[in-house]
Design a protein around this ligand. Structure first.
Ligand SMILES: [Zn+2]
Length: 384
């Protein structure tokens, strides 16, 4: 007879002690040696459970990626991917400003919320299974990447390759406000607009000049005016630069454009509108480059994601609480989960949570450790 009872993640004290060991290893994305010390630790912890570890060397100034496979499961069998990142936005030294400590039900430390707690929850789930001598219906893959905070430039292909091999992806980013999980995300597109004008002496030949900056100023106003809150579309010009000297009519200017869209149709529509930008100044040329980086998705369009959320909601109800989601994708940024969406069902924001991410007051709500830990463990035991 098989034992199909649902396991318990274990004591919060034990979880926190292990998590604090992870937080104590500072791991800013830009410092591959530091990130690799963190990877060493996670590799040692997971290998001690009998898991098979594959370490992919870092490149382009980034740390290694770590793939951890459960000792069970058959080759080629589609399973469950638990996705986490080991890098943080915090520079070395943040530990002194936000030292590891527990106060009033909160645990503090750099990267504890975003997202060492989530990564540790995946590890603790695997540990609970191994220690109980149990397996899951599907093989488990824990993927720990090293450059999420700078856009997963080196991790993206690894994430996509693993997503292809799995039926589900559980993303252990911290839960959103009130612990809601993410079942829809806006698409994120990045563009660059380059303006080429005609230089001239500002005093001697002003009328001959065609100012790239003046043209850019008008384009920025037109671009930002495309923002349509009612349709959930925003355009942000976050950076702009131009000109060479105070007494020269500027020849060159450029700006960045961050476009957020709720659907592929709006992505295509606004891509076409940006590509069609035309100069308002004679003799000036425009060039727009870029496109969609993280594709949008909506639970409403994906029955597999809706079913995965429903299964998680029922398991949470069994644990005595109501799991909610953010079905509109509002107020959620981009996520590595979006790289998995084309290949498998994704549930994002499943990790323990607190607040103060990316600040010197980052903290984790200790009560969310058993709540989220048990939900994750029960999901891993139930997904088939
Ligand atoms: Zn994160």
């Amino acid at each position: 007879m098989t034992d199909d009872s649902l396991l318990d993640i274990g004591s919060t004290d034990r979880f926190l002690a292990g998590l604090n060991d992870w937080v104590a290893i500072e791991s800013p994305t830009s410092d591959p040696a530091a990130v690799n010390r963190m990877v060493d630790r996670v590799q040692a912890d997971t290998a001690a459970l009998g898991a098979r570890c594959e370490r992919l060397p870092g490149r382009d100034g980034r740390g290694d990626h770590l793939i951890v496979r459960s000792p069970w499961g058959e080759a080629g069998q589609k399973g469950v991917l638990c996705l986490s990142h080991l890098d943080t936005v915090h520079p070395i030294g943040m530990l002194e400003r936000n030292p590891i400590r527990t106060e009033g039900g909160r645990a503090f430390g750099p990267g504890i919320n975003d997202m060492k707690a989530g990564g540790h929850a995946a590890f603790a789930s695997l540990r609970a299974l191994v220690e109980a001598g149990r397996t899951t219906p599907l093989p488990l893959t824990l993927l720990y990447v090293s450059d999420e905070e700078t856009g997963s430039t080196t991790a993206r292909a690894v994430i996509e390759a693993e997503a292809r091999k799995n039926k589900y992806a559980l993303v252990l980013e911290p839960g959103r406000g009130g612990g809601r999980v993410v079942t829809s995300r806006k698409g994120v597109a990045m563009y660059r607009l380059v303006v080429h004008g005609r230089p001239a002496h500002a005093g001697g030949a002003h009328a001959e000049g065609r100012s790239a900056l003046r043209e850019l100023a008008q384009q920025i106003v037109a671009i930002e005016a495309m923002t349509d809150y009612a349709r959930g579309v925003t355009l942000n010009v976050g950076r702009a630069e131009g000109g060479s000297a105070g007494n020269v009519v500027p020849e060159h200017a450029w700006c960045s454009i961050d476009l957020r869209v709720p659907s592929q149709e709006t992505a295509d529509e606004f891509d076409a509108r940006l590509s069609a930008l035309a100069p308002v100044t004679p003799d000036v040329t425009l060039a727009v480059t870029g496109g969609l980086n993280r594709a949008p998705y909506r639970k409403a369009d994906r029955p597999d994601i809706a079913a995965l959320f429903e299964q998680a909601r029922q398991l949470a109800a069994g644990l005595g609480w109501a799991l909610e989601d953010l079905p509109s994708g509002e107020k959620s940024g981009g996520s590595d989960g979006q790289f998995c969406v084309p290949y498998c069902a994704v549930l994002d924001g499943l990790g323990p949570y607190g607040g103060g991410s990316h600040t010197a007051e980052e903290w984790l709500d200790l009560e969310t450790i058993p709540v989220r830990g048990n939900l994750l463990l029960h999901l891993l035991q139930s997904l088939a």
